[in-house]
Design a protein around this ligand. Structure first.
Ligand SMILES: [Zn+2]
Length: 353
């Protein structure tokens, strides 16, 4: 039983892409996924070094963004800077030009000019939006809605579809679902999880399933990544953490770096049953770790990748069709393998959101 999965072309490629910080994943090549949460890029506490002139409303939390950050929050920031009259490319990368635009914005607003976007700066950046609004600020909200799994077009037109998506996120965040994007809604969009149940909340059932997986012979969990090095986010560590009642950790180079994600119990149960009901020996190469499409179900704790089945590598005689059929019977709705783009070397089983 291999303990060191062979790198797959896709994962190696996407890991490179991740390191080169390309945010816009090409959906067609992606290892699956319809929607995503491209969660808070900042890992630092949301303290703002700016003056507290327009302090953000209480009970909101804001990501701290600075040079080097990337993801949907940065995309939103850039749209908001454009809305504020600054000229900056919207590419999801907080590079020198974005830092410059932030400083110019801070100067214009009388904030401390440090190029770091914390609560005070967010407070000045976010307008209140409602149906009928247009422009780059609407694009900012739409980009965030999209990153939170809502299917909206990022077209800068606040129509009924955008309103419905806003309401859905408001509802999920415990806010009044009025479809109006004010500071609290911006905060909820920018800091997923701040108003929602902690995805890392221990679930006895979830932890028990993970424990069972760890104790099941014939289920091997990778202790390395095909495309990077991070012990905290390997498939094995994801399950160990889940068994300990913690969220599974994403990889620092992924589109959703350093996030704790609750693994879906259907997925965990499905993995167990591939062994117990279908008799397959499987090696899981990634769960929430590694680099996937920004829309990937991996980041939602709904998917795993299998690279060895019954001792053979996928693409080298492993019975991938059997495994794929088993995943479907176990409730997976996104099942990809050899013959599907990017999946010549692994099988992806994803459960619905
Ligand atoms: Zn996958």
């Amino acid at each position: 039983m291999p303990t060191r999965p062979t790198p797959t072309a896709r994962h190696a490629r996407t890991a490179r892409r991740g390191r080169m910080a390309a945010v816009a994943a090409v959906a067609a090549l992606a290892c699956a996924g319809l929607v995503t949460v491209n969660a808070a890029t900042a890992s630092t506490p949301a303290t703002d070094t700016s003056t507290a002139r327009a302090a953000a409303p209480a009970a909101t939390s804001w990501p701290t963004l600075q040079a080097g950050a990337r993801g949907a929050e940065v995309t939103a920031l850039q749209h908001l800077l454009v809305a504020g009259g600054r000229s900056v490319a919207v590419d999801g990368e907080f590079g020198p030009a974005t830092a410059q635009a932030v400083k110019a914005f801070q100067k214009g607003e009388g904030l401390a000019v440090d190029g770091i976007v914390g609560p005070a700066t967010w407070g000045e950046l976010v307008p209140t939006l409602r149906q009928g609004a247009r422009g780059p600020a609407v694009k900012a909200a739409q980009a965030l809605l999209k990153s939170r799994g809502q299917s909206v077009a990022v077209d800068g037109q606040f129509g009924p579809g955008t309103a419905a998506a806003v309401k859905a996120v408001q509802k999920a965040s415990g806010l009044t679902a009025d479809g109006v994007v004010g500071p609290r809604s911006w905060s909820a969009l920018l800091s997923p999880g701040s108003g929602t149940p902690d995805p890392g909340t221990p679930s006895g059932n979830r932890a028990a399933l993970a424990e069972k997986i760890l104790g099941t012979g014939g289920i091997t969990l990778a202790t390395v990544h095909p495309g990077g090095t991070h012990a905290g986010s390997t498939a094995r560590q994801n399950i160990v953490d889940t068994a300990a009642g913690k969220g599974a950790l994403t990889s620092p180079w992924s589109d959703r770096p350093n996030q704790r994600v609750a693994l879906d119990t259907r997925m965990l149960d499905g993995l167990l049953k591939l062994r117990s009901q279908y008799g397959h020996r499987v090696s899981v190469s990634e769960i929430v770790g590694g680099d996937h499409s920004s829309n990937s179900r991996h980041y939602a704790g709904l998917s795993f990748d299998v690279n060895y089945i019954d001792g053979r590598h996928v693409g080298e005689g492993a019975p991938h069709r059997d495994l794929m059929a088993a995943c479907r019977k176990l409730g997976a709705t996104e099942v990809l393998g050899p013959g599907d783009a990017g999946h010549s070397r692994h099988v992806h089983c994803g459960w619905p959101r």
